[in-house]
Write a protein that binds this ligand. Structure first.
Ligand SMILES: [Zn+2]
Length: 348
């Protein structure tokens, strides 16, 4: 499998764009991540944000890099929004060919959004109800997966379920709770876009992704990523889309901050609306690139003050981090065991 990855890496356009072998329209770069404008944008200001290292899908990414990448999402979204002068944004991730994943290099799409912007890809109808027995499978397994996640990534703030914020009242009323803690609420809505549609809401921020801290964004996306694994495992989905909605748009009328996980199958017909065609933009990409680049200077990854026990393992983390080839085989840095099984499914 490693040899296969090395071969894939050699032919990867994104690895070439990152290394400079091909010219990229970069707007941000640090030691772990890079952002560039998409030269075939779905919407003006369409930006790609990705790890420098080649990982075909999310579960391959070592925890430290996952945290770095997703911890910077609020900052990247803020920069893109400011540059394009919009009030809202989306983050879009496709895992698996059926979900529209085209590159072998994991990446996320950031779309600056506004109400009335004419972008209707995420304007979906929610009409599918998940069968009770399948809902039970999700409800039984997800708290266990989240428990394992906390065992491997102890968070000092986590002691229980937390409060029920009043701005999420309707979500509690119209959905089946899979899991909640102090920072997130995870539900299966009564009616979903597809069966097994999961919504992960932030409890700490009502609407805007840029108001989350690095730690809070990491936890929101960790939960979303594990929910995606859950639908692979629990529902046998062939792919997933992870779509963050932030701020008010025509497809997010209340402006709630929420990550949607859509389990995908070959014949669900969703790609007609969700995906976009690669076409030349009608505007000057270089001027958009310059505008976004001017706003990313603030984006910076800072680890929160570490607890004592974390400090003790730190030298080991650094050593492993410099030998990237082996990180995903290291239990302490790798993701959940459950994910390994999911990877096999997504590769088919
Ligand atoms: Zn690559």
């Amino acid at each position: 499998m490693k040899a296969q990855l090395q071969e894939q890496k050699k032919q990867c356009i994104f690895c070439k764009l990152i290394s400079g072998e091909m010219e990229a329209k970069k707007v941000f770069e640090d030691d772990v991540t890079v952002a560039m404008v998409d030269i075939y944008p779905a919407i003006k200001g369409h930006t790609l944000f990705l790890p420098k290292e080649h990982y075909p899908i999310l579960p391959y990414m070592p925890q430290e890099e996952f945290k770095h990448l997703f911890g910077l999402v609020p900052g990247m979204c803020e920069a893109v929004k400011k540059a394009m002068v919009t009030t809202s944004c989306n983050v879009f991730i496709a895992s698996g060919g059926v979900a529209g994943q085209q590159a072998g290099h994991f990446l996320m799409h950031i779309f600056p959004r506004d109400q009335g912007d004419g972008f209707f890809n995420f304007f979906w109808k929610q009409k599918e109800t998940l069968e009770d027995e399948k809902l039970k499978v999700l409800q039984n397994n997800f708290p266990i997966m989240m428990g394992n996640h906390f065992k491997r990534n102890p968070m000092s703030w986590h002691t229980g379920n937390g409060e029920q914020p009043s701005f999420l009242k309707e979500v509690y009323e119209n959905g089946h709770v899979l899991y909640e803690d102090e920072q997130v609420l995870c539900v299966v809505p009564e009616k979903g876009v597809v069966k097994g549609h999961i919504e992960v809401y932030s409890k700490v921020e009502k609407s805007l992704i840029e108001n989350l801290s690095i730690e809070e964004s990491f936890h929101l996306f960790s939960t979303a990523s594990l929910a995606a694994t859950l639908v692979f495992e629990g529902l046998g989905s062939q792919g997933t889309n992870i779509i963050l909605k932030s701020g008010t748009t025509d497809d997010n009328s209340e402006g709630k901050l929420c990550v949607h996980i859509l389990p995908r199958s070959q014949d669900d017909g969703l790609n007609k609306t969700l995906l976009w065609e690669a076409k030349q933009p009608s505007y000057d990409v270089d001027s958009v690139m310059k505008k976004i680049k001017d706003k990313t200077w603030k984006v910076k990854y800072k680890e929160e003050a570490k607890k004592e026990e974390t400090l003790i393992v730190k030298p080991e983390v650094i050593k492993i981090g410099s030998e990237k080839k082996d990180t995903d085989e290291d239990g302490s840095l790798g993701f959940e065991d459950e994910i390994k099984k999911a990877i096999e499914k997504i590769r088919n």
